[in-house]
Unconditional design. Structure first.
Length: 324
């Protein structure tokens, strides 16, 4: 299962608008105490709920601020890697490769004789991207290109299913069109403009780490891994039964059990393994209580969680917290 880190700049961004991070997290059904100085580690399902909550809380006039690269207080390694590229084409190829390190997105890059096209989708290719997310992404891609080249490059085409406010239209420099697809297109000649921020030395330094992180996300393609990934999304919402997972994977419960048996495992083993991984992640934060963790991983109370944790690890929750 992939986890994503919501950096601490989310708090700084919301504080700058006199908005409450706690409100955003509560709307997303996430305990605010989980957000530490290092940010917040979330599952894909939680990430999507946070983005939807941001869409509801952040006023239109602040979307432009959220997407501009030069206004970000912290830099994400995949974005820095993009700026180290030799030109826009290589920049967006790198972003396409490493985008999933930032969130559960796919950035599809394509070219024709005249244009380079960027299309944004969630990695399941069916979930609708919230308005806040798609607009800040389109602003961010434009901002990266302008900062890299040092030129005020204007997209040739922008589209999504949403309405754009005047500030966003003015920044992008083109009137967006309504479409079911989230597209951002640039003149191919602009994409060949050399980046002033090109830095091969820094790229050689950060590329191995980015690749390692990407491999960690993609390395397990077993059916058991699919079950675990699904459980990571369903358990916090209270839907971690075998029937829930089977429905999500479009198989019958009997077929799910049979597929797991071929890999010498069972649903109960995968459920407990998933709960243990989730618990270990949550226990890193001393601000989140045992009762909260029990709820988040599908136990009725902290006592049931404590007994299960000792069975998994051979130690108590208190001992684990002390040593980690």
């Amino acid at each position: 299962m992939s986890f994503f880190n919501l950096e601490s700049f989310y708090r700084e961004f919301l504080d700058g608008m006199n908005l409450s991070l706690e409100l955003v997290l509560k709307k997303a059904d996430i305990a605010p105490s989980r957000f530490t100085d290092d940010g917040l580690t979330v599952s894909k399902e939680e990430y999507m709920r946070v983005m939807q909550s941001m869409d509801e809380v952040v006023p239109d006039e602040y979307m432009l601020t959220a997407g501009q690269l030069d206004l970000m207080t912290r830099f994400l390694p995949p974005l820095f890697a993009a700026l180290c590229s030799k030109d826009g084409i290589r920049c967006f190829e790198r972003l396409s490769k490493y985008k999933k390190l930032i969130g559960p997105f796919v950035l599809n890059v394509s070219t024709d004789e005249s244009y380079l096209h960027l299309e944004f989708v969630f990695d399941d290719y069916k979930t609708e991207i919230p308005r806040f997310t798609i607009m800040t992404e389109q602003v961010l891609m434009t901002s990266i290109l302008r900062q890299g080249t040092g030129r005020h490059i204007v997209p040739c085409h922008v589209s999504s299913r949403y309405d754009y406010n005047k500030a966003l239209v003015d920044y992008l420099g083109v009137t967006p069109t309504k479409s079911d697809r989230n597209i951002l297109s640039f003149d191919l000649n602009d994409m060949k403009e050399p980046f002033l921020t090109k830095n091969n030395v820094m790229w050689e330094y950060i590329e191995p780490e980015l690749t390692k992180r990407l491999e960690q996300i993609e390395q397990d393609h077993s059916f058991a891994a699919q079950v675990r990934r699904t459980l990571f999304e369903l358990i916090p919402a209270g839907h971690g039964t075998i029937e829930d997972v089977a429905k999500e994977l479009a198989v019958s419960a009997r077929t799910l059990q049979r597929k797991l048996a071929k890999e010498d495992t069972t649903f109960i083993k995968q459920l407990n393994h998933t709960r243990e991984l989730m618990a270990r992640n949550y226990l890193k934060d001393n601000k989140i209580t045992n009762d909260e963790i029990a709820f988040l991983i599908g136990y009725s109370d902290a006592n049931a969680f404590s007994r299960a944790f000792r069975t998994w690890t051979g130690i108590t929750i208190g001992e684990y917290r002390k040593n980690n």
